[in-house]
Design a protein around this ligand. Structure first.
Ligand code: NDP
Ligand code: 2IT
Length: 450
């Protein structure tokens, strides 16, 4: 059944859907034995319905830049599945954004949100707008123009967007301001808002901290190991990478790398987060090449120096690796190098950063591998905490959110590892995550009828 669905999907997809097909293929292969075990899944076409988005919304975003030139971008929102709760997922502003990329992200979000155990469905949106080099006013004007279209499709109980690549609390603030002006409503229609108007404490830190809480639990239970004193490599230099590095450093790990779209920094004495923040803070987005100019002990490797199918950041020996930049940034060659260098765990902070062949190798070689839908779910979980706080007009303190996040990440780990074990695939957290997430969504879909 799985092969038939994949073949149909391939036939009806276009070339830009590659990442979507990659994500669907991984999930459906995990589910093969599960779908055969319950005739209701076939009778109610659960898989076919699950791989088809409820709605693909595309709109024109027109705005005027600082030189008074008219600019036009494509805007999108993909509402994939709301069986478990309102559509929920981030907005990505990056030139590579297309319907195919957003379909993969929205599809993954269904499973991630299900794993949190919270009442949220799956969605994703964004634009091919490139924030790099834009002034603060241009970002504001773009966000306002984007929301002029988006507002009609979202709502606190309908669809609640948040941030992702290129969208942080500044952008969410501008989007929220415009939503409020248009609709006269002050409600939790977006998460990741600035604290001043309804944002949750710890939302900026949540994804990265959650990644480390998950890794800590997994290493402790599976290997009776801790991260203290261990060398770790992290890719990316944005929200997820920075907060992953911050938490790893707080618990005593030595993080020796970070990277951006132009190159990689290797700093054997430990990444200096104040320097990364200084270069990458909102509105600046300077290249990491500047890091090496400020710190002579650090080595900068430009991306251009590396062949397409290998990445400098994964050549550095480490105990645990944390890909936190973007999709397909860790290849089979990288996986071979990591294993050769003694890496014991790969914990995804980004969405689908590891290529399929690399995942297969990690599983085959007994490397602890955690898929992003499990280990990066802390971000969307705290988004849901923000929705709860907004609905009840409460404000939770930092420690309360942090405690709840830590507890939730440990629960996700438990759910995923137990499901893997019960399915006869011990330590296969890819299958464990896909199966556990699927069962919850499928049950809700069965209960609500067609
Ligand atoms: P940011 O925009 O804050 O940072 C993205 C980082 O990745 C930047 O360092 C950027 O480099 C780098 N990057 C982006 N595209 C590429 C590319 N094509 N090649 C190499 N590097 C690239 O985004 P986030 O940190 O929020 O997101 C990172 C990942 O985490 C994404 O996969 C996202 O979907 C995922 N994620 C994010 C969550 C969140 O709460 N924000 C929650 C869960 C997952 P540069 O500085 O040069 O632009
Ligand atoms: O990929 C993700 O989980 C996010 N970008 C965060 C989504 C959210 O709604 O907080």
């Amino acid at each position: 059944m799985v092969e038939k669905i994949l073949a149909n999907l391939e036939k009806s997809s276009c070339a830009v859907d590659n990442t979507f097909l990659q994500a669907v293929s991984e999930v459906l292969h995990s589910l093969e034995s599960v779908v055969d075990s319950d005739p209701r899944y076939d009778a109610y076409a659960i898989l076919e319905r699950l791989v088809t988005p409820d709605r693909v919304i595309q709109f024109k975003v027109q705005w005027v830049d600082d030189q008074n030139h008219v600019q036009i971008n494509n805007g999108y929102r993909i509402q994939f599945n709301n069986a478990l709760g309102p559509y929920k997922g981030g907005l990505r502003f990056h030139p590579s954004v297309s319907i195919g990329v957003l379909k993969f992200l929205a599809f993954e979000q269904i499973f991630k949100n299900s794993l949190t155990g919270l009442p949220i469905g799956g969605a994703k949106g964004g634009s091919d707008f490139d924030p790099k080099g834009k002034s603060d006013f241009e970002i504001m004007k773009f966000c306002r123009a984007f929301m002029r279209e988006l507002h009609q499709y979202i709502g606190a109980r309908i669809d609640v967007p948040a941030g992702d690549i290129g969208v942080g609390s500044r952008e969410i603030g501008y989007l929220f301001g415009e939503y409020k002006r248009i609709t006269h409503q002050y409600d939790g229609v977006l998460s990741g808002k600035p604290y001043a108007f309804g944002g949750s404490l710890m939302r900026p830190q949540a994804t990265g901290y959650g990644v480390v809480y998950f890794a800590r639990e997994m290493l402790n239970v599976e290997l009776q190991e801790s991260l203290e004193g261990k060398v770790c490599t992290v890719s990316g230099a944005g929200n997820v990478a920075i907060h992953t590095i911050e938490k790893l450093q707080q618990i005593g790990a030595l993080v020796v790398t970070c990277s951006d779209s132009d190159g990689t920094i290797y700093d054997p004495k430990g990444i200096k987060l104040n320097v990364v923040r200084e270069l990458k803070e909102e509105g600046k987005r300077l290249s990491l090449a500047e890091y090496a100019k400020l710190d002579p002990e650090a080595v900068y490797t430009p991306k251009a120096q590396y062949p397409q199918d290998a990445h400098a950041v994964w050549q550095i020996p480490c105990f645990a690796a944390f890909p936190c930049a973007t999709q397909n940034e860790l290849s089979l060659l990288d996986a071979q190098k990591l294993i050769e260098n003694g890496c014991v765990a790969v914990v995804e902070g980004a969405n689908m950063p590891t290529e399929t062949g690399a995942i297969e190798l990690f599983l085959q070689e007994g490397i602890l591998f955690s898929p992003g839908k499990a280990s990066n779910a802390g971000g969307v979980a705290v988004s849901e905490f923000e929705m709860s706080q907004n609905a009840s007009m409460e404000k939770w303190d930092f420690d309360k959110v942090d405690r709840k996040l830590d507890e939730l990440m440990r629960q996700i780990y438990k759910r995923v590892s137990l499901t893997a074990k019960e399915s006869g695939r011990e330590r296969n957290f890819v299958d464990g995550a896909n199966i556990a997430a699927f069962k919850r969504v499928a049950e809700a879909m069965l209960l609500e009828g067609v």
